[in-house]
Design a protein. Structure first.
Length: 358
């Protein structure tokens, strides 16, 4: 009998991952972490349902690469949350997976040692440990769902999920979102098309059946009930911002036409700041001013922030990395972050009582 070399022609090996169930057993959800997740999700749902007038702020490093610096940042953010809790819900941005147009570092899960060794099994465990540490501080967390398998490992520690501009149009990510336990923000396309995000919200709100894995690591048919907490994230596109009053009004009209709630989040980074982190405070101030002027559809903002502002390239000698500085997109530094949030708090205190009025 002739043997044909047909399957896996370009695959060099298969390595077994620990199952989600076994990783959960190794790093179990604690009472403190579980309470932070549940309270964060409830607060986010209440904001989206207009039961809570506050603004939610997804703020933190563009990506996590150093868990020590990341936890340092989380402690600072927790302290600031107590200061602004009456006007804002702070959700720490904890991104482990980075989509790439061509090549580049793919994130802490994929390559935790930042040397192309790709110890994904260790990266996944490290990511879960980091999320546990942050949640145990009492901070809710947010992440981007890129790999459709990762939520089985980490989803119990996430309060808010983003679907990125490159994946909002993906059927796989729309189906996955329909089963996520968190509210989900869908970004407009890289060309600025908001219709892609609206279609994603509609799709994710319906039940789906698709292939995935179970907690035991078995390939399974995943059947979902649909997620009614999808919303739009405006991140600009095609080199142009879309957080201005005209763009927001057009987004409101598009959502109304689709018979969807007018819930809009503005990403202060990416094309909205022309990828210049120094412009993020201006975007934030504009959003807050729109709320002060009576806008009720703006429910949240995203800020790329770190201990040290700017960004750095990954050196061959990792000991030369600048502590608390991004290795992906540029971020605002901690001092700027504090000022952005304190300035917003000062304005919103007088405005929020009227936001729930019909």
């Amino acid at each position: 009998m002739t043997t044909f070399h047909i399957e896996n022609v370009n695959v060099t090996s298969f390595e077994t991952m620990p199952t989600p169930e076994s990783l959960h057993a190794q790093l179990p959800l604690t009472d403190a972490a579980g309470n932070a997740v549940m309270q964060g999700r409830e607060a986010l749902r209440n904001i989206l349902d207009r039961k809570d007038p506050r603004l939610f702020v997804v703020v933190g490093p563009c990506s996590i690469h150093d868990p020590v610096a990341g936890l340092d940042y989380a402690r600072r953010l927790k302290k600031l949350q107590e200061e602004v809790k009456d006007t804002m819900l702070l959700v720490m941005r904890v991104y482990f997976e980075k989509p790439r147009t061509t090549t580049g570092w793919k994130g802490y899960i994929n390559d935790p040692d930042m040397d192309d060794s790709f110890h994904i099994e260790r990266g996944m465990a490290n990511a879960r440990k980091f999320l546990l540490d942050v949640c145990e501080l009492g901070l809710p967390t947010a992440t981007e769902a890129l790999d459709p398998i990762s939520p089985q490992y980490l989803g119990d520690l996430i309060a808010w999920t983003a679907i990125g501009a490159r994946t909002t149009e993906s059927q796989t990510h729309r189906e996955m979102s329909s089963g996520l336990s968190t509210p989900v923000g869908f970004k407009n396309g890289t060309d600025g098309d908001i219709g892609i995000a609206i279609n994603a919200i509609l799709s994710a709100s319906h039940p789906h059946s698709f292939l995935g894995i179970s907690g035991q690591g078995k390939v399974s048919i995943v059947r979902t009930s649909g997620n009614r907490y999808g919303h739009v994230v405006l991140r600009g596109g095609d080199g142009r911002p879309n957080y201005d009053t005209v763009s927001v009004a057009m987004a409101e009209q598009a959502l109304q036409k689709a018979k969807l709630p007018a819930s809009i989040v503005v990403d202060c980074s990416h094309a909205n700041s022309f990828k210049n982190p120094d412009l993020q405070p201006l975007v934030m101030a504009d959003v807050v001013n729109q709320i002060r002027s009576g806008n009720k559809s703006l429910v949240g903002v995203m800020i790329e922030s770190n201990i040290v502002g700017g960004k750095q390239s990954i050196p061959e000698d990792l000991s030369k990395l600048v502590y608390g500085c991004s290795v992906t997109d540029g971020c605002v530094g901690w001092d700027t972050t504090e000022k952005m949030l304190r300035d917003a708090d000062a304005v919103l205190r007088d405005v929020l009582p009227g936001r729930l009025a019909r």
